[in-house]
Design a binder for this molecule. Structure first.
Ligand code: ZN
Ligand code: ZN
Ligand code: ZN
Length: 809
């Protein structure tokens, strides 16, 4: 008996183009002996498929279950129609539909199949640095517009050879419609040139060691790296500066030239096995390292590692990644040791992108340039992630008998610190539909966010908005996202800080937008954490704890140790750290000893006779006098409640760090000092005292008891690590105690933790169990950074509700 034929029209939304989806559908349909067609259009993939009902049901099931690795299906709609009498299954030509947009795949690390070809001497792509297929390779960095087809990418200048074209045309080939498909015959190529410093100066690296480009360029570069050279390498989304990570002299030279004395540098290692020789790696960390996104992961650094300590001075963690392009795979194997891979830029400028730009901007930093001729469209830094180990620390100091349910292992949640390569421009899915909004983000670690439908397109890491180069990168990237995702924002959101470049940009957009919404910094942090966790507006307000270094408050002061009762609509500031002076403003941020002195003077009314600071550091008599004057007269002495500044002040007071050369250095080193003292935290250590005072409807956390106790410990000669550890316990206890009270008073059960202080693993390990013990649910970031890199997401969702977004269905 013939089974009856059925026809289904299927449309699939999500990342379904440029990822091998059509050939997958083609093979699937043929496998189930079905007829019909599949095609790409600007909004996704459409399928008509005809055959017996049972085979069709299996087809629909497999369509979702067996989709190619890079595909992200966001939605499928299926309609039954009368059969059409198709006899074959075919892939039809793409059609453009006006106004429609599609999600764009991020760049993806080299897949295992390409990797095998790369290392196979008999393969025609042996050691070819631009090998890719539909499952891997560049996407976002080479695309100028949609639909994603070769003429709209920076591959348009390379005409495929007959062999590559045949792969491209064959639906059963792994390179079917792989837009960047290339080989040594027809594709881009690399070459090596000495920098001006090698050509001009008397470097011990001689330019004549570079041979003509017909030679094996990667092998030459590897030899130079083994001989202490610093090479600027054109990568996927910009230049890296590379040197031998085990060679102290090379690392020191790189730091000196880059003007970056202490900020940790990232390291690339060849395999997971090699990483395990240098770092402890958990299962979750392994999964991240080897994922198609291939981010830098911060890993606990083994003391026996041969990587130079100068790579991350005074740090217990090393930022490590695996090679993610064919060039890096081959180079790392040739060099045979870990390589420093840091962004090719001068301190805080954006990463260099074009050959000419790099040769002029990086000429004095590198000895050689490893260049190629595939243009980069979008600058794209490496992403950085970490895995907080909350589950290991279920104990809390003041509670000796934790409830059994608190000892259950928690799902370890990984968090980005910088969200860029491998992630952007993939959107964060929102639990509600939104207007078209542009949120301009913050000053440091800037990202912006554009929204439409239920997507928040958070940009890749833009950088610190402190120079015109970064501002230009910000503006051109906004234009790119608007074009790619067909967004014309009618609402623009920005931070309340009047001096932020992003805020000034937002205000200049008045003619294009119907409304402008100023958003308080810490409210944006909490809203970002809520949106990150898919929090529905119907779920009501939460207790938002926003601890960071700086954020403009509604009273014009600098906030950053904030407890808010908040939802997307608004917030109430229900508690905060007490205001303390920052003598010299910015100077106090760069010189935490000024904060220590300012805090002590304000809290105790005097500057201590003895010098709590380590010898040779901090202020002399004259500076003491100026600081006292600044505080007494309130000259250039802003008041702050920032948690980050409290960490700075304590770090300086106990002699960990008096001056910083990068953001959060003092706080990071304070955390490291505590971990060295107590690498395993299942020890009962009490925190220091503090006060909680009711004041005008809110609570203020009083810090004098804490500083008195620290001074007593200093006089008593208590070890720095112990003081550092007890301070962390204190902050966790402050957050715990205040949240407990707010929870009772406001009847709330959920706490959202956001702000840069929550990158501190020790603090997380102490505070999360503390909150859970009293039955509070804790929301941590998962997809976007808790630091200011995630701020624009919060600004966007707040702006949506501020303009009456409730009514959008
Ligand atoms: Zn591949
Ligand atoms: Zn070719
Ligand atoms: Zn912040």
């Amino acid at each position: 008996m013939m089974s009856e034929l059925v026809l289904k029209k299927i449309s699939v939304r999500g990342v379904v183009q440029g990822v091998g989806f059509r050939p997958f559908v083609y093979r699937l349909a043929r496998g189930h002996e079905l007829a019909g067609w599949v095609l790409n259009h600007s909004g996704g993939v459409e399928i008509e498929v005809e055959g017996p009902a049972a085979a069709l049901a299996a087809f629909v099931r497999d369509l979702q279950a067996e989709a190619p690795p890079l595909a992200r299906i966001e939605g499928i709609s299926i309609a039954d129609c009368p059969p059409n009498g198709y006899t074959t299954f075919e892939i039809r030509r793409s059609v453009a539909k006006a106004g429609r947009y599609q999600l764009i795949s991020p760049d993806i690390a080299t897949c295992p199949d390409c990797w095998r070809e790369l290392l196979d001497p008999t393969d025609r792509r042996y050691r070819y640095p631009f090998t890719n297929c539909t499952n891997c390779g560049p996407r976002f960095t080479i695309i100028a517009d949609v639909p994603y087809d070769r003429p709209l990418t920076t591959m348009r200048d390379f005409v495929m050879c007959p062999q590559c074209q045949a792969e491209y045309d064959d639906p059963l080939d792994r390179r079917f419609h792989a837009q960047p498909n290339a080989c040594p015959v027809c594709g881009p190529h690399i070459w090596l040139v000495p920098s001006s410093r090698v050509q001009v100066s008397g470097s011990n690296l001689k330019p004549e060691t570079v041979k003509p480009e017909t030679d094996d360029v990667i092998a030459q570069a590897a030899r130079l790296l083994q001989e202490e050279a610093i090479i600027a390498i054109k990568g996927l989304g910009g230049f890296h500066l590379a040197c031998d990570a085990t060679d102290e002299a090379a690392v020191r030279t790189l730091r000196e030239r880059k003007g970056r004395p202490a900020k940790p540098l990232a390291v690339m290692m060849t395999t997971l096995e090699e990483i395990r020789q240098h770092c402890w790696v958990s299962e979750e960390e392994e999964r991240l390292l080897a994922s198609p996104q291939c981010p830098i992961v911060l890993l606990p650094w083994k003391p026996e590692s041969s990587v130079s300590r100068l790579v991350a001075p005074r740090n217990n963690y090393l930022g490590v990644m695996l090679p993610y392009t064919p060039l890096y795979h081959v180079l790392l194997r040739d060099v045979g040791r870990p390589l420093v891979m840091t962004s090719g830029n001068l301190s805080e400028e954006p990463i260099a992108r074009d050959n000419d730009e790099a040769l002029s901007r990086l000429g004095h930093l590198a000895d050689y340039f490893l260049l190629h001729n595939r243009d980069i469209y979008a600058r794209y830094d490496d992403s950085v992630w970490f895995v907080p180990r909350v589950s290991r620390f279920t104990f809390h100091a003041s509670r000796s008998d934790p409830k059994p349910e608190n000892l259950k292992p928690e799902t370890t949640l990984s968090q980005p610190i910088r969200r860029s390569r491998g992630y952007a421009p993939f959107p964060v899915k929102l639990p509600f539909r939104v207007e078209q909004i542009l949120a301009c983000g913050a000053e440091l670690k800037n990202t912006f966010c554009l929204t439409r439908d239920d997507y928040a397109f958070l940009s890749q890491h833009i950088g610190d908005m402190e120079n015109l180069e970064t501002l230009e990168h910000f503006e051109t990237t906004i234009e790119l996202y608007k074009r790619l995702f067909r967004i014309e924002p009618e609402v623009v959101a920005y931070d309340m800080h009047p001096e932020y470049l992003a805020t000034k940009y937002a205000k200049s957009q008045i003619t294009n937008c119907k409304s402008q919404i100023a958003v308080q910094h810490h409210h944006a942090h909490i809203a970002s954490c809520l949106a990150d966790n898919g929090w529905s507006p119907d779920d009501g307000p939460v207790i938002g704890v926003a601890f960071d270094g700086t954020g403009y408050g509604t009273d014009g002061r600098i906030w950053g140790g904030e407890f808010l009762v908040a939802d997307y609509h608004g917030f109430r500031r229900v508690a905060h750290l007490e205001y303390l002076p920052m003598p010299g403003g910015e100077a106090a941020i760069r010189n935490p000893y000024r904060l220590a002195l300012g805090y002590l003077y304000a809290l105790t009314g005097r500057l201590p006779r003895f010098r709590p600071l380590s010898p040779g550091a901090g202020a002399g008599e004259e500076e003491f006098r100026i600081i006292r004057q600044q505080i007494d007269k309130g000259i250039n002495c802003p008041q702050t409640s920032a948690g980050g500044r409290l960490f700075d002040a304590v770090a300086a007071l106990i002699g960990v760090r008096e001056r910083v050369t990068y953001e959060a250095q003092a706080a990071i080193e304070l955390e490291m000092a505590a971990q060295i003292q107590y690498p395993i935290s299942n020890i009962q250590i009490m925190g220091y005292p503090f006060g909680i005072e009711e004041s005008g409807g809110g609570k203020v956390i009083r810090l004098r008891p804490l500083f008195d106790a620290l001074l007593a410990d200093l006089r008593g000669g208590v070890a720095v690590g112990e003081m550092a550890y007890r301070f962390h316990v204190t902050v966790a206890e402050m957050i715990g105690a205040v949240c407990e009270r707010i929870a009772q008073e406001a009847g709330l059960r959920t706490v959202a933790l956001s702000g840069g202080c929550f990158q501190n693993r020790l603090l997380l390990a102490l505070v999360v169990p503390r909150l859970r013990e009293v039955g509070l649910r804790v929301l941590l970031h998962r997809q976007v950074p808790c630091n200011d890199g995630g701020l624009s997401l919060g600004q966007a969702v707040i702006a949506h509700f501020a303009v009456g977004g409730d009514r959008i269905e």
